[in-house]
Design a protein around this ligand. Structure first.
Ligand code: ADP
Ligand code: MG
Length: 685
């Protein structure tokens, strides 16, 4: 819980405040003094009467009450101190900078638990332990640098790592990025990134609060809380970018289904971010680039005009934008000709708009006005303008600053001459704007931000499934892989179309089944999980003789207890599955199916529940999308039908949370006819 004593304390005590500003207890006090904290400030230090000019209490009981305590003493003394302050000094907020808690030892964990208990008992807030502190307009309670110049419209930044928080600020500040509030949560003993974001959501004031939230996460302990409040903030007009580090951890985990092997907790993070509309970044530079993009008006379409006086960067940017799914469309027609007349001979206006090395500030203004007012097919501009060092370019940046302020279309400035035009770039930043130094970095971040927008809430109801029947089946079965009969019943209850089938265990039954199904048939062993791997799948069987031979062979395969017959189905192989991920809930995975899915890993993931519209747009993002639609004589499938089957899986997962893994691999499809020919369901209560 975030209390007002944490955000707006009237009094702060630094426990362990010191004259040595190379120690956390000294530096945090100095930072507080330098920030001009307007309330009462005290120090608790048994050896001093005054520290850095601030009154220090040798005897804590003599000290007045303090709203917020910043703790910079050894871990082992911390629990007693916190208990003392909550009981005797009415302290309701704590920032514990010290390390040596749960991150270090079992003993440290005990100290940490005692601190949490003491703070919880009085309904107080606890940040840390093992953190750098927090920076708010009211107080700069960190023992580190840099301390950014705060701006209420800058970024709110919540970090699971203190050092990384510093390095992210280091990367952003020189580019002009500003911050509103910075929270480092350390061990997250009471509050993690999720809780701080929740607080920002619950107290969000559209007039006063920043609409840009940046997160650095190493773990997601409460995915539900993160999803809820990130989505809510985004609906309120905020934009969120996040780094979730540690994405490779789970690749090695054993899983027995295809879906299980393809999904990892990191897939779940992707799915959660996608659902919320959080832009997932891979590192500091990218986070800073996306945050910088957020400081400009939102990109509402994919058509970009590139305005430059240098060809190379414009070409590189064109490549990057196209690669990322954005577009640099041609600019032509009467207005383009008119614009050309305003520029030096040899300039090009066809997009990129290249107004040559001799291009002037006035020409830049003219170009931007044309793009803003006359070229309706353009949604945003990137202006790339540096200098070879012959003359200064303040006039150009003045025009740029003016146009950024007055135009409706976003204008992203790429200022590459960070050495030669350093003073002009500094001037640009001093005017309160953020710049990009590299066009390719900007281009990638721009695509990422554009395509990370959350799917709109679609009002369509999820497909109805026979919940009563699903529950009846699930309630009656044990953990492990379900028998094919139960799998078939569950598919039917969910309305997932499947190929006809007969299970036989004698030759008599076999003959009856082939009679009924008609040739050609497929025969599969019942028992082993991966049938092909043990020679347990035979396709295109055309007569009774071969059927009998195959039956007699398959029934002898290890673990075999019957043989399954199906008619031969036709079409391309698709794949859809479910995977339950600890704390996150169920993930849907889907893509092109068949035996190569683990090789190509061309799968898309969504969180359950997923609306059909979301599913359709994710199918379209598969690399194999063109094949799924049909290409060069290969008949594809009706994508809506495929999406419907996936949305039924989503409904099935809602009705049966006990499903831990499920595979439909393959679904064979042609046009509207898509049938599951192989399904596995694993139950884990
Ligand atoms: P497993 O995945 O256990 O090896 P499958 O039942 O998926 O076994 O069969 C392996 C492959 O055989 C499928 O990927 C598909 O290419 C093909 N196949 C299976 N059943 C049929 C069917 N009824 N019609 C056509 N091809 C099939
Ligand atoms: Mg299969």
């Amino acid at each position: 819980m975030i209390t007002k004593q944490l955000t707006h304390p009237e009094s702060i005590v630094v426990v362990g405040g010191s004259n040595d500003v190379q120690k956390p207890g000294g530096k945090v006090l100095k930072n507080l003094i330098d920030s001009g904290f307007s309330g009462d400030l005290y120090v608790m230090n048994p050896k001093e009467d005054e520290v850095q000019g601030i009154k220090s209490y040798r005897d804590p009981s003599a000290m007045p009450d303090a709203d917020l305590a910043i703790i910079a003493i050894a871990a082992k003394y911390t629990p007693d101190t916190v208990e003392f302050l909550t009981t005797h000094k009415n302290t309701r907020a704590f920032i514990v900078l010290s390390a040596g808690f749960s991150e270090e030892s079992q003993e440290g964990k005990i100290y940490e638990d005692r601190v949490v208990e003491a703070v919880n008992k009085v309904g107080g807030s606890l940040i840390g332990p093992n953190c750098i502190g927090i920076i708010t307009p009211q107080h700069h309670s960190v023992f580190t640098l840099p301390i950014p110049k705060l701006d209420p419209k800058g970024c709110d930044f919540i970090s699971g790592s203190g050092a990384t928080a510093c390095f992210i600020m280091e990367a952003g500040i020189p580019k002009g990025l500003r911050f509103a509030n910075v929270y480092s949560v350390g061990n997250s003993a009471q509050m993690g990134v999720e809780e701080v974001l929740k607080h920002m959501d619950e107290t969000f004031d559209p007039e006063k609060d920043s609409r840009i939230k940046l997160l650095y996460l190493e773990t997601i302990e409460k995915p539900g809380m993160l999803l809820k409040h990130a989505s809510s903030l985004i609906r309120k007009g905020c934009r969120i970018a996040a780094v979730k580090a540690g994405s490779s951890e789970a690749g090695s985990r054993a899983a027995s289904s295809h879906t299980g092997a393809l999904a990892s907790p990191d897939t779940a993070v992707d799915a959660l971010f996608k659902k919320a509309g959080i832009v997932r970044c891979t590192g500091r530079e990218e986070l800073i680039s996306v945050a910088s993009i957020f400081t400009y008006p939102e990109l509402t379409g994919r058509n970009i005009a590139i305005i430059t006086h240098a060809g190379g960067p414009a070409v590189m940017l064109t490549d990057t934008l196209s690669e990322g799914g954005l577009s640099v469309p041609p600019i032509e027609g009467e207005n383009a000709e008119k614009l050309k007349e305003e520029l030096f001979p040899g300039s090009s206006v066809s997009n990129p708009i290249d107004f040559l090395a001799t291009g002037t500030a006035v020409q830049l203004g003219t170009i931007i006005d044309f793009v803003e007012n006359k070229f309706d097919n353009i949604d945003a501009m990137v202006v790339i303008f540096g200098t070879p060092g012959l003359f200064d370019i303040y006039d150009v940046y003045d025009v740029l600053l003016e146009k950024i302020k007055t135009c409706n279309k976003p204008i992203y400035p790429v200022l590459p001459s960070i050495l030669t035009a350093k003073s002009e770039v500094d001037y640009f930043v001093d005017k309160g704007r953020v710049y990009f130094s590299d066009e390719v970095t900007l281009g990638k971040a721009l695509s990422k931000a554009f395509f990370s927008q959350a799917a709109e809430d679609s009002e369509l109801l999820p497909p109805a499934v026979n919940t009563a029947l699903i529950r009846k089946i699930i309630d009656s079965c044990d953990d492990g892989y379900l028998h094919p009969d139960l799998v078939a019943s569950l598919l039917d209850a969910a309305g997932i179309p499947r190929v006809k089938e007969k299970v036989v265990s004698t030759e008599d039954e076999l003959l009856k089944a082939t009679d009924e199904l008609g040739f050609p048939v497929v025969m599969k062993v019942v028992g082993p999980v991966h049938k092909s791997d043990v020679g347990g799948v035979s396709l295109d069987i055309n007569d009774d003789k071969r059927a009998e031979d195959e039956f007699n062979r398959m029934i002898k395969i290890r673990d075999a207890h019957a043989v399954l017959l199906q008619p031969m189905a036709k079409g391309i192989e698709l794949f859809a599955g479910l995977k339950r991920e600890d704390k996150f809930g169920h993930m849907l995975l889907f893509g092109l199916g068949g035996i190569f899915i683990e090789v190509f890993k061309d799968v898309r993931t969504l969180m359950v529940p997923a609306a059909r519209k979301e599913i359709v747009s994710e199918i379209a993002r598969l690399k194999s999308y063109k094949m799924i639609e049909g290409i060069r004589g290969l008949k594809g499938v009706d994508v809506t039908e495929f999406a419907t089957i996936i949305s039924k899986l989503s409904s099935l997962a809602m009705a049966a949370p006990e499903i831990s893994e499920m595979d439909l691999n393959p679904l064979l499809g042609e046009g509207k006819k898509i049938l599951a020919v192989d399904a596995r369901i694993r139950i884990e209560n």
